[in-house]
Write a protein that binds this ligand. Sequence first.
Ligand SMILES: Nc1nc2c(ncn2[C@@H]2O[C@H](COP(=O)(O)OP(=O)(O)OP(=O)(O)O)[C@@H](O)[C@H]2O)c(=O)[nH]1
Ligand SMILES: [Mg+2]
Length: 369
Amino acid sequence: MKKAIIILPTFNEAGTIEKLIVNILAQNKKVPNWDIDVLINDSSSTDDTAKIVKTLQKKYSNKIYLLETKKEGLGKAYHQAFVYAIENIQPFVIIQMDADFSHNPNDIPLFLDKIAKGADIVIGARYIKGGSIPSNWRVHRKILSILANLTIRLGFMKLNIHEWTNGYRAIKIWLIKDALEHIKNYSGYVFQIAMLDYAIKKGAKIAEIPNNFIDRKYGKSKIFVSQYIFQIFLYLFTYSSFIKFVIVGLIGFGIDFGISYLGIQKLHQAVWLITLLSTETAIISNFFLNNFWSFSHKKIEGGVGNYLVSFLKFNFVSSGSIAIQTVGLQILVGIFGRKLWYLYKILIIAFVIIPYSYILYNKFIWKQK
Ligand SMILES: Nc1nc2c(ncn2[C@@H]2O[C@H](COP(=O)(O)OP(=O)(O)OP(=O)(O)O)[C@@H](O)[C@H]2O)c(=O)[nH]1
Ligand SMILES: [Mg+2]
């Protein structure tokens, strides 16, 4: 029998906590191979949440754990609960869940089933077939939720993951242990994104199951939207390989253009020589910036030999970009005329060069470890 701990962070959830805990513990009947306990981290609720939990603890001996902490944000509350579970309970898996009944406890067996089948982390996804957000949410809330997820998906260029912000997840304890150092820096809601980003970079096996998010009926929302949006962008700019890769590309373009301008316009040198010099300088700068910044979590290792091989591959991929641009632009100008050549160039870079090089870099140069 394997142990699963359902973690419920609470702040003023007296309206739902009892019914929710009873419902969660009742799931034990449905999963003979699992032993489900509940761990509540109550961050100084001003209502009766903690008192209700303490009363329930007497009724369900050893099945309910209660932590009482200061209010320091959702991420912090989860971090405290993870540390407690690791040190005192040693479960096989933890399940994160909101305590306002937005997450249906009847889905717990589905999460555990995916874990039993080999997933390291299972995401309750609202934006896949069979999942949903509440139909009674106001339009701005719907838009905000959809846009936030889309921005993160595109920002990380992880199109096969459809849900980043929902807090209904099952995570194996080894992955939590591994991630503790990273996620402890994120005390707010953005911790959900940090955790999933870490799991992906670790090469964890990720599964999604449809989740129908239910609007809360009791109590108040604790989310502080503008702060959350700011944290999402800050996280993306700090950790997205894709965004950094695009920035590196722009720097490369600047270097190429700067040297060409100086050599051709100011110093009147041979065009072929300056072009060779400017493109190769940009390629070298791109290679090192990508290695030590954009893909620093997959840095090339193994000495000078490996560097040289990777650098040659990088030159090869970059030559491909130059060839695609030259031929592509020639074709478009041939069909539509020269007037809007810069627009064609931008389109080719955005829709062909960027995906082409990003995919090839990830496949051949900075491979997943
Ligand atoms: N311990 C603890 N729990 C928190 C904190 N902030 C939020 N929570 C809990 O985290 C869960 C999710 O918070 P919600 O306010 O429901 O956020 P949401 O689900 O995004 O938004 P709504 O459902 O619209 O309220 C709930 O169980 C909250 O009680 C906190 O600082 N500490
Ligand atoms: Mg909620």
